[in-house]
Every structure is written in structure tokens, then in C-alpha cells.
Design a protein around this ligand. Sequence first.
Ligand code: G1P
Ligand code: ZN
Length: 544
Amino acid sequence: MNIRTVSTQPFLDQKPGTSGLRKQVSQFQTHHYLENFTQSIFDSLENCHGQTLVLGGDGRFYNRQAIQIILKIAAANGFKRVLVGQGGILSTPAVSCIIRKYQAFGGIVLSASHNPGGPNGDFGIKYNISNGGPAPEKVTDAIYARTKTIDAYRILESNDLDLDRLGTTLLGDTTVDVVDSVVDYSQLMESLFDFDRIHELLTSGQFSACIDSLHAVTGPYARSIFEQRLGAPVGTVQNGIPLEDFGGGHPDPNLVYAHDLVDRLYGADAPDFGAASDGDGDRNMILGRRFFVTPSDSLAVLAANATLVPGYRNGLAGIARSMPTSQASDRVARKLGIDAYETPTGWKFFGNLLDVGKATLCGEESFGTGSNHIREKDGLWAVLFWLNIVAVRQQSVETIVQSHWQEYGRNYYSRHDYESVNGERANALMDQLQSNLSSLSGQTIAHYTVKYADNFSYTDPVDGSFSANQGVRIGFTDGSRIVFRLSGTGTQGATLRLYLESYEPNSNRHHLDPQVALTDLITIAEQLAQIRSFTGMDVPTVIT
Ligand code: G1P
Ligand code: ZN
């Protein structure tokens, strides 16, 4: 066995963001860049000797090359076994599932999630721990600290492995198993949902669905589960073959980027149900016929209907949402008499709550929903959850959501993103907001009175870890909110996110366009933050 120790120099920009290290492909292709980060992960783990690692990615450009490099570094660092997805493909939820099922030490997911791929696109790497979830901040901080001092990495000299053939190969002393990308995940889904009823629904001839994988990782999972196992007609899954550049698209399941799907669901002869997933399969968008379900509402509806689904028949322990996510799910928690948790943005903050059984369902406004079945958000899980509810209630998506509003009131909600803003100007905007916060409390602006204005911080109720600076929130006495934060996942300049929420109990006013319902708050946000002058932009880049 020939292990080489290669000397290297630190890169100073390897700080993991909201979800791992994301950079442009060209940066990852820089000599030693990926090697340094991978070795830094392994160096900061207590002892990877003799352990099992799970490895896979969303199939984007550079996935296969990166897997070959990481396999050789893992072998040189003493891992006993690596489970790698066939063709290098594993969705983020599948990695989480496989880590847990085979009690692996951890896993590496290669993805930049919903960011575009291809030679000029983005690439990313994130580490997940033994509970299957994203590494918490103390782990990512240790990795980052290591990247700043690293002076060598170890790598096995060996030929590339055939990633397409299922089976076992020895790489030095390390056993590499190329595993089926779909089967473990699909079995887990079958253990949670009523596949017989969903099968009946999808084969009844009375119900049609369209699932868009946006040329990204969920294609093989969706075709296997919906078309092969659940009997949906071939063609139900569109854009189902993962492409290295996602067909030139932006694999982000929202109304802007999943436009093919949106056109179908809003067109003539629209199907009854539509769904899309992102690059690595952890996000989802749910549509009914000419009807969009906001992710915040989706979480609330799933929670309110959870006992209709076999895996959640016994009820929920609690519901967790990220701070900017609308408060719709809090209302459901209150009614069910269970705890509601508010965490910072990023799935890693749900891990502890799920591990100790405080929360069962979790969600983020950014098209992420999931549960204690794994430790990542899970796009196809959400689609199956919705189909299970539709199959039991025999009602349309629209009817289900409207009756939910009728019962709980409607939380109008929208997020405005200003992308590629000059970093200094974005920071200046946040600083200026921050410095005005203390004077806002008690002020009345238009007909809104400020109840609180602060920068959100969070103390984890399980391990006491503290996270500051998680977004500026301005809450009003009627429950409305405006939240500002800077993205931690972008790779070009800064992205300002403005989150707007207002509550409407009156069902005669539940039919408004959210942008109309939120007009006053949009004006107040501009007044408080002077977004136009700081960003130089008159309108947001993306509204969801
Ligand atoms: C974004 C979303 C956040 C999500 C993350 C990873 O992070 O807002 O909810 O967890 O992507 O998918 P941000 O760019 O806002 O830091
Ligand atoms: Zn994702």
C-alpha cells in the first residue's frame, strides 16, 4: 500500500457556511483545495481509524472526480469501510438514511444544493455526523480552524475505482462498497407511509401527478418510488435523469426556477398535484392545481394531519421551525398541546431536538421539511406525506390548505431575495439596521406598533450551545414580523433576505395575493433598511 504525504499550504477561505463549504467549481479545482478540506475534516474528527464513512453527491459537475480523491484520502486516513452511492449518486436525505441504518461514523455529501452546476457553476462539500445530520457548529468550527493551519494531507496512490458497478473493492486496506443509491431510502419511505393507499390514488385514473426532479439527484429516487413501486404512469416524473449541469437550470424548487412545472400546474388540463425537488433532494415545493403551498403552510398542514399517516399515527412530540419561517406551525402546536421550537436558519439546529425526542417535525421557509426519520430535510418524504394525506382525505391540495386556514387563520408570508449585492454594502445595511434597533421598540409605523426589535440568538435547549447574530427581527403587536438576514450559502457577493409575515384570522380575507396582503410591511421594510439605496436594486431578484 502506497500512502503519500503531500505538503500543502492553507487556503484561508474554507469556512463552512449554513450548509457546508460552497464555492465555484473552479475554486474546488484549484490544486490541493479539495484535498486540504477533506484532510481537515478527517483531522478534526476524533478518530476515523477503523470507522465507516458514507460518500455520495448530487451528480453535479466534478462529483465523480471529487469522489475518487476523497476515497483515496479516506483510505490513507485509516477508514475501514466506505459506502459510496452507485455512479457517485446519493441524495442528502439518502446519505442521512444510510449513515443511520449502517451506524456509520459519518458521511460526506458533495453538493451545492440548489445552486447551479456545470463547469461554471458551484460545487460543495458537507460533513454529516453519526446521527445522520449536518455537523454542528463546534465541528464545522474545528474543521475551519484546521484548514487555516494544515500543512500536509495523506492520499493513497491507486487507480480510480469503478463507481458504476455495484459491489465491493479493496482500496489499500479500506473496503469500498458501491451501493444502490435508492434502495435503503425507498425502504425507509415504505416504513412511514401507506404505500397501498398512495398506490390506489395514483392508479385510480381520477388523480394525476407531476413530479419534477429538475435534472438533479431525485430523478432515480422518484422514478423508482413513484413510477415503479407506486404505479404512477411512466412520465409522471419529469427531468428525471441527473445531469452534470442540471440541464443549464437552477435546481431550486420554487415558483421562479421550477417554471416548467409551474406552467403545467397553472395551464390547461393541469394535473391535480405537482412537486419539485432541489439539486441534492432535500428541498420540496408542493403545488395543487393552480395552487401554490408555501413551505411554512406545508409544515403546518403536515403537522395538523400527521396522525393520518402510519409513521406518525401516535402523534407528534413537538414542531420546530427556523426563526424566519412563518408562525403557522406554532398555531398547530398550540392546538395539539405540544411544544413549538424556534431555531436559527439551517437544518443543523434541529439535530439535537430530534435526537432527544423533543421535536418530530421540522421545517424551514426555504422549501425544507422533514422529521425524525433522518436528520436532514427531505424533499420526496414531503411529497409522499402530502400524497398520503390527499389519499386519506380524498380532497384536493387547495381544499386541504383552505380548510386549514379556515381553522387556524392564514399567515401571509413572502421572502424577497436581493442577490449578488456588494458584500460591504450588504454589511453596512445590516449594521445600520442593528444600530437603530434599540430605538424602535414601542414605535408606531403606519398602523403597526413595534413590539420587539432585536438580533435573534439561540441557546440550544439540549446542549446549551449559543448562537448569536442569526438575523434582525422586528415584531409587531399584531403578530406580524419583518426579518432581515444575510445568506450563508451564496458564493457570489452577498444575498440579502427579507422575510415578511402577517396574520389574517378573517376567512373572507384569505384569497389575497400575498404581495398585496404584505404591501404595508414591504413599505416599512424599505423605510427601515433603505434596501434600494444600500443594494442599488429597485426590486428583489427572487420573490418566493
Ligand atoms: C438557505 C436557506 C436555509 C437552508 C439553507 C440550506 O440558507 O435560507 O433555510 O437551511 O439554505 O439549504 P441561507 O442562504 O439563507 O443561509
Ligand atoms: Zn438542498
